[in-house]
Design a protein around this ligand. Structure first.
Ligand code: GS8
Length: 218
């Protein structure tokens, strides 16, 4: 099987999400860097891969995909034969819970945490000053969401049940950057969330990805 090509950058959260899945599954891949400062993602030929002009994109033979969460689902479905069973497709109930928490990550968790990471990590790299009001509002939103996670994780080891799934994996990149900011306390002050985070972030597959997530290059 020819290696898949991932077009993106290791420090980009959405690229890191796909990298975590590739490493977890042990899928052969080639990372093709995209020159963001030069605007390569806003010009052809990259626009033919993602017309929205954002990284990452995936090439697998004659198939091209964009949207990191759709890419991981594709990889986990296609390579259900290797590595951990990230989608639990063999059990309708387990698969449904995986889907619930995939949706929660995308629609509840990601908006406030990405705003916090933008303010604390991305803006300063470009010489911007974090807006404390935006930080406060999003920290409050994320705290309420994490209260729900705390309750959930007091009942099961992982989000979808007592098994590691794609739903947990999707949380890795933004949470990793958050833990490097003062808002890390949102994670570490909740015992079950803290234990879950320490578990999922110490998986060898993610440790490899985290090496490339260098603050200051985000
Ligand atoms: C978001 C992609 C995205 O925001 C996904 O793939 O999950 N929903 C999409 N990509 C960012 C880098 S993420 O760290 C990006 O390409 N930013 C540059 C830009 O928008 O110009």
């Amino acid at each position: 099987m020819a290696p898949v090509k991932l077009l993106g950058l290791p420090m980009s959260t959405c690229t890191a999400r796909v990298l975590a899945c590739l490493h977890e599954k042990g899928i052969d891949f080639e990372l093709v860097p995209v020159n963001l400062p030069a605007g390569e993602h806003k010009q052809p030929p990259f626009l033919s891969k993602n017309p929205f002009g954002q990284i990452p994109a995936l090439d697998d033979g004659d198939l091209t995909l964009f949207e990191s969460r759709a890419i991981t689902k594709y990889l986990a479905t296609k390579r259900n034969d290797v590595g951990p069973d990230l989608l639990r497709l063999g059990d309708a109930k387990e698969a449904a819970f995986v889907n619930v928490w995939l949706e929660v990550e995308a629609h509840q968790y990601s908006p406030p945490i990405s705003a916090l990471v933008y303010q604390r990590v991305v803006l300063p790299v470009f010489g911007g000053t974090p807006d404390e009001k935006v930080i406060e509002a999003n920290a409050e939103k994320l705290g309420k969401i994490l209260d729900v996670y705390e309750e959930r994780l007091s009942k099961s080891k992982y989000l979808a049940g007592d098994f590691y799934s794609l739903a947990d994996l999707h949380h890795l990149p933004y949470t990793y950057y958050l833990t490097k900011t003062p808002e890390a306390k949102l994670i570490y002050s909740r015992p079950h969330v803290k234990a879950w985070w320490e578990d999922i972030s110490s998986r060898p597959a993610f440790k490899k990805v985290a090496e490339g997530m260098v603050l200051g290059n985000a």
